[in-house]
Design a protein around this ligand. Structure first.
Ligand SMILES: O=C(O)CCC(=O)C(=O)O
Length: 188
């Protein structure tokens, strides 16, 4: 079997730092409630989110155009450390907050044109552990499950976004909140 196109580091951030970042983020980051139009009705997304990037960059995601306005210092610092660890050039982050296991993200691929043909995506998790699923595009029966834990770093390596979809499914038994940060390189 071919090597799977991701690596997972369960305790990449020291636990104390992960905990402190979660608390800071939950209380002070500029969360927004997005919405989607479904059958003509506006429905709130099952999570809150916000986006940061270098000024001048833009990302069209879930039919929304997000523009870079600069960085909070703690997120800029994290981006630098992720880039040093992975040898990447991430210049944007999408941050999601899940209130509990009712919040989720459905199967999708991060393959918008502004990510270029071979996108790397890095994902840091804070707070509650949650299942994360990969489903092969060529064979929907091939599903891989990771359990993303507090302080972990998942690196999705090309061609991951072409060959697999990924999702954070509902988990009604999970009663605690979680934050996830996904770093991407946007082409100017
Ligand atoms: O919260 C997660 O772990 C998933 C986030 C994700 O898939 C994305 O931002 O594209």
């Amino acid at each position: 079997m071919a090597e799977l196109p991701w690596t997972y580091r369960p305790q990449w951030l020291p636990l104390e730092e992960a905990h402190a970042l979660f608390e800071l983020g939950w209380e002070t980051w500029p969360w927004q409630q997005g919405s989607v139009i479904l059958f003509g009705k506006e429905i709130p997304e099952p999570r809150r989110s916000f986006f940061q990037a270098d000024p001048g960059l833009a990302y069209t995601y879930a039919k929304r155009r997000l523009t870079g306005q600069g960085w909070l210092p703690e997120l800029d610092d994290l981006r630098t450390r992720v880039n040093q660890a992975l040898g990447t050039r991430f210049n944007s982050v999408l941050v999601n907050a899940y209130r509990d296991g009712r919040d989720y993200m459905g199967y999708h691929q991060d393959h918008e044109p502004e990510l270029g043909p071979h996108p790397h995506v890095a994902s840091i998790s804070l707070g509650a552990s949650r299942d994360f699923l990969f489903k092969a595009v060529s064979n929907p029966k091939e599903v891989h499950r990771l359990h993303l834990q507090n302080g972990s770093l998942l690196h999705m390596i090309p061609p991951c976004q072409r060959t697999f979809k990924h999702a954070l499914p509902k988990r009604l038994k999970c009663l605690s909140p979680r934050i996830n940060l996904t770093f991407r390189e946007l082409m100017p």
